[in-house]
Design a protein around this ligand. Structure first.
Ligand SMILES: [Mn+2]
Length: 213
């Protein structure tokens, strides 16, 4: 079989499901390529194992808003941390947090890949160049002026994104949304462009409550 590609949606510490989707795909190391939409960390059961799996298998990620927030927090003086942030950092040794941050700092905001542009949340309507887009939009956009951002973008290749668990799987011409809400007990979704096929791994259980906003 020729080499294949799998784009994987938001993981949020769901290491079991991450391993299972890569297994279901039949990943061949050194031949196939794995990408991921960011937000590997937080919420779910085992972000350390998920991060290790990403690194061990050479999965090419982009930065999610959760990784960005972690970097921003750790770069602040401790005196500025909120009680919630302090409680989170207390759960692991600080040297572990620093190792995580060192890793996720290397994750870019987007990747222009052979089959798709990969970005965590989406693109900024009205802008032509990625370099001119607001990084908070790239990391966090959902609706833009009360309509999904992807209804207001024309791009030269398919845009693969995550971040919108409530919207869930999106498959429309030019746009593929892969955040199936695995950590909320739904699915981890992957897309293989060569096979034009989607892989879906149901979450073993609900790992985090859906927060309404
Ligand atoms: Mn996100």
């Amino acid at each position: 079989m020729s080499s294949r590609t799998l784009y994987i949606g938001d993981v949020h510490g769901c290491a079991d499901e991450l391993e299972r989707i890569v297994d279901a795909f039949g990943f061949v190391r050194g031949k196939d390529t794995l990408y991921q939409t960011g937000d590997i960390i937080n919420k779910g059961p085992d972000m350390l194992r998920a991060l290790k799996f990403v690194k061990d298998n050479g999965i090419l990620t982009v930065r999610g808003n959760h990784e960005e927030h972690l970097i921003n927090t750790i770069d602040q003086p401790e005196s500025e941390w909120s009680d919630k942030q302090r409680a989170r950092f207390a759960k692991l040794p600080m040297e572990t947090w620093h190792a995580i941050v060192e890793e996720v700092r290397t994750w870019p905001l987007w990747r222009d890949t052979p089959h798709a542009l990969l970005v965590h949340a989406g693109l900024e309507p009205g802008k032509v160049r990625l370099e001119d887009m607001d990084r908070d939009v790239l990391l966090s956009v959902r609706n833009w002026n009360d309509r999904p951002w992807f209804e207001q973008i024309k791009w030269s290749k398919t845009v693969v994104f995550g971040h919108w668990a409530k919207m869930g799987f999106v498959n429309r011409p030019g746009f593929i949304g892969l955040d199936g809400g695995c950590v909320y007990g739904k699915d981890l979704i992957g897309w293989c462009p060569e096979e034009d096929k989607f892989y879906e791994i149901p979450a073993a259980r609900v790992y985090a409550p859906i927060i309404k906003k």
